[in-house]
Design a protein around this ligand. Structure first.
Ligand SMILES: Cc1ncc(COP(=O)(O)O)c(C=O)c1O
Length: 381
């Protein structure tokens, strides 16, 4: 179910605002699935892309100055011990890349993911996480039951059992389930997962495509967990809307040609310049403080929905999910918000708030107040 825009379209965007064909302004809490992290049409990213467009767009892997400059910037941004393997065009592709690295490195075929996680929509990545009801299956791939309704110890025991056969190359973790009610386990869970992966010689992949680039405060959520993954995948915010994602690998892990790093569009000069400019802007901001202020504003208005036996709101930082009982309620809420001038994300019976890091505080206040009103009105009994 998608928000019905009718004959309306988005004709322009700037910073945290979308402009509609009927002349209205919408405060954007959707941000194209969390990509426009520094706001729409961020000037510095625009200028970097414009400069690069006047030089060279893509060289099919032939050297350009843009790529080493981007690599230096990414190296400074990554947690220590990780190194950029390759840029891809989408998160799904970067996760596929991680899988190839893990398979070649371990000589095993299998992969594990947690039910409800989102890793992409290719055959392999879709099989690893969130079940969209298409019955997809791949030999050696398993989804482990996890989430707010499953005891963490049960999930850990199932992971442990699945790893015992020695067939698994990679264990995928989405540190905050952005497509499944914002679920996050306790830090002890992630430490136990790390230990299990090490014990069984399995590469631990942290999919930070949504949580990366400070969305939850720290540059990456694994840092908040105190966990060192073997592979870190990130995207979305990385190009501030330019289609790009990245796979970073533990520096001690050898990258070999069999891992088939890259594809036609990977590491193109435009993507590299978008990443370089986006990370440069992030470096110039106090991202942790901005994220903390966003979290405080969301909780001021919606904190009531985060408590109780069945919390309606889950998340952290600049990543929040509101859960309704039915998709119809979620749709009604998102539609009423649209009429009130706020754009939110919608996924089944979940409504997702992914404000930009740079959202103007008064607009965040205004939008959160409106969201709180509409959520109360649409939650039903
Ligand atoms: C955590 C996570 N991983 C992977 C993906 C897939 O990325 P893409 O849509 O760029 O292929 C998404 C997309 O929503 C995501 O949220």
């Amino acid at each position: 179910m998608a928000i019905n825009f009718g004959s309306l379209s988005i004709v322009a965007a700037r910073d945290d605002l979308l402009y509609t064909s009927d002349g209205r302004e919408l405060i954007d809490l959707f941000n194209a699935h969390g990509t426009t992290w520094l706001g729409h049409r961020r000037r510095e990213v625009h200028d970097a892309l414009a400069r690069q467009m006047d030089q060279v767009w893509i060289t099919g892997g032939l050297p350009t100055p843009a790529v080493p400059a981007m690599r230096e910037r990414v190296a400074r941004f990554l947690p220590s011990g990780l190194t950029l393997a390759s840029l891809a065009s989408t998160g799904m592709e970067a996760n596929e890349q991680a899988l190839r690295v893990a398979r070649v490195h371990t000589g095993r075929n299998g992969a594990l993911g947690l039910a409800g996680a989102m890793h992409g929509k290719s055959l392999a990545t879709a099989t690893l996480g969130w079940d969209n009801g298409d019955g997809l299956a791949l030999p050696g791939f398993q989804r482990i039951a996890a989430g707010p309704d499953v005891d963490e110890a049960v999930t850990l025991a199932a992971i442990s059992a699945a790893l015992r056969g020695g067939q698994v190359a990679a264990l995928y973790i989405e540190p905050v389930h952005g497509t499944s009610f914002g679920w996050e386990a306790s830090p002890a869970f992630y430490h136990a997962v790390r230990e299990l992966a090490t014990l069984h010689g399995v590469l631990l992949v942290y999919d930070e495509i949504l949580t990366g680039c400070h969305r939850t405060g720290t540059a990456f959520r694994c840092q908040a967990h105190g966990v060192e993954p073997d592979i870190l995948v990130f995207g979305k915010a990385l190009g501030n809307g330019f289609p790009v994602a990245a796979t970073a690998v533990r520096a001690s892990l050898p990258l070999v040609p069999h891992m088939l790093l890259g594809s036609t569009y990977s590491n193109n000069a435009l993507a590299a310049s978008a990443v370089d400019a986006t990370l440069e802007c992030i470096e110039g901001l106090d991202a942790a403080a901005l994220v903390a202020a966003i979290e405080a504003a969301v909780l001021r208005h919606l904190g009531w929905a985060a408590s109780g036996d069945r919390p309606r709101l889950r998340g952290c930082g600049a990543m929040w999910v509101v859960r309704f009982d039915t998709p119809e309620q979620a749709l009604a809420c998102a539609t009423s918000l649209l009429a009130a001038g706020v754009c939110v994300g919608l996924h089944g019976r979940q409504m997702r708030l992914l404000p930009a890091l740079t959202i103007a505080p008064h607009r965040l206040e205004q939008a959160c107040a409106q969201v709180a009103l509409s959520v109360r009105a649409n939650l039903g009994g």
